[in-house]
Ligand binder design. Structure first.
Ligand SMILES: Cc1cc2nc3c(=O)[nH]c(=O)nc-3n(C[C@H](O)[C@H](O)[C@H](O)COP(=O)(O)OP(=O)(O)OC[C@H]3O[C@@H](n4cnc5c(N)ncnc54)[C@H](O)[C@@H]3O)c2cc1C
Length: 361
């Protein structure tokens, strides 16, 4: 008998298990090996400012989580002795059309007025900062506080840290259903005071849930190129595509966002667009070797907010639906779920993320 059972070993489930392990005995179950779901596919951008058009609660949630990252990474690297390739070089957002330039300017104005770290750059400055950028630019923003991490390294580090903190991890366990304080798999049941559903885009498949949740997969195709270390330093957003340079020498080019059900194939149309955009940002990229192509399924909710909180099934909590921001939101999600389970008042208002918003499902 454990105090807590976490179902799902992606960035969300592992982070929650790790956080709770200091006060509770925790068992984490995953149907596969841990860290091979959507989290394995992520680009690892920790970038709440670069797409935000207002200061709503979700933006605040993302900012709060980003503010927790320094400590999160420091502890993880110390406990695991692994390097998670955390980069603090910032992000350049580039606009080449009048329409995207207007969007960028609006973003600059509200963020600057609100006191966030954002700079409007003269176009010539972009080439000084990133000499290999060749796309013509009308407006450019620099957000020095935006960060990135290598998700696969992060997953390894969180898993190691879980072991150090005493989390029991069992893989190859496909949970079929939940009932009050109980998980069911095959002909077996296990009980715990608290059960956390952190099964990513597959969370809605479990039987016994109440309320049921409308999660849908949004497919992302993504690839990596080999670059000379340091060729690019900062993340770059342009149109619907982005580049994320890793200190380890890979350049991530992402990502599509497709409504394709649970299909996870890599397609000529998807990769084609990414490769075209990458070469538009920098003509140098045409000669970089492709290292890997892959896909992931983002767990999307209709309002694009995560689902955090207790359910109508006694002892069962949701921590899912993190859509495009699960890596960014891992530290704050872990803290929120730990607060709920330990009986503390969560440090953020959970109303916008409450499972009860789907009660009619
Ligand atoms: C192309 C792409 C790029 C992205 N880029 C970013 C980014 O730059 N920044 C960012 O913050 N986010 C990004 N995301 C989003 C991020 O990857 C997700 O929000 C996050 O990975 C969700 O994590 P999770 O732990 O909820 O799910 P997952 O990582 O999918 O983990 C769920 C786990 O549950 C297990 N599981 C499922 N069902 C069961 C069951 N019945 N029984 C037992 N185990 C089960 C699975 O095996 C899996 O290990 C990106 C996503 C994609 C696809």
């Amino acid at each position: 008998m454990h105090d807590v059972i976490v179902i799902g070993g992606g960035v969300i489930g592992l982070s929650i298990a790790r956080e709770l392990a200091s006060s509770k005995s925790v068992l984490l179950l995953d149907r596969g090996p841990t860290g091979q779901g959507t989290s394995h596919a992520a680009a690892g951008m920790l970038t709440p400012l670069s797409e935000a058009d207002d200061q709503g609660p979700f933006f605040q949630l993302c900012r709060t989580s980003l503010a927790m990252y320094d400590r999160f990474v420091e502890e993880l690297q110390q406990e695991s002795s692994l390097d998670v390739a955390y980069s603090k070089e910032g992000l350049l957002s580039l606009a080449s059309s009048e329409e995207s330039a207007a969007t960028l300017l609006r973003r600059y104005e509200w963020q600057h007025q609100a006191g966030f770290e954002v700079e409007l750059l003269p176009p010539g400055e972009v080439r000084k900062m990133e000499p290999l950028v060749t796309v013509p630019v009308i407006h450019a923003l620099f957000m020095p506080g935006e960060r990135s991490v290598a998700p696969r390294r992060l997953l390894n580090a969180i898993r190691e840290s879980c072991f150090v903190r005493g989390v029991e991890i069992r893989t190859g366990v496909h949970v079929d259903a939940v009932s009050p304080n109980t998980v069911h798999f095959g002909h077996m049941t296990m009980q715990a005071a608290s059960i956390v559903i952190a099964s990513g885009v597959w969370s809605a498949e479990l039987n016994g849930l109440n309320p049921r949740i409308p999660l849908s997969p949004r497919k992302g195709q993504i690839l990596s190129l080999a670059m000379a270390p340091g060729a690019f330093r900062r993340m770059i957003r342009w149109g619907h595509s982005y580049l994320v340079p890793r200190p380890t020498g890979e350049l991530i080019v992402g990502a599509t966002n497709e409504d394709a059900g649970f299909d996870s194939s890599v397609t000529p149309a998807g990769l084609g667009r990414l490769l075209m955009d990458a070469q538009a940002i920098s003509s140098y990229l045409g000669s970089y070797p492709i290292v890997e192509t892959w896909t992931g399924l983002r767990p999307a909710t209709p309002d694009e907010f995560p689902i955090l909180g207790s359910t109508a099934v006694h002892g069962v909590y949701y921590a899912t639906g993190h859509y495009r921001n699960g890596v960014l939101l891992a530290p704050i999600t872990a803290t929120i779920v730990a607060d709920l389970i330990e009986g503390h008042k969560p440090r953020v208002d959970l109303e916008p993320y409450s499972p009860s918003r789907f009660e009619s499902n």
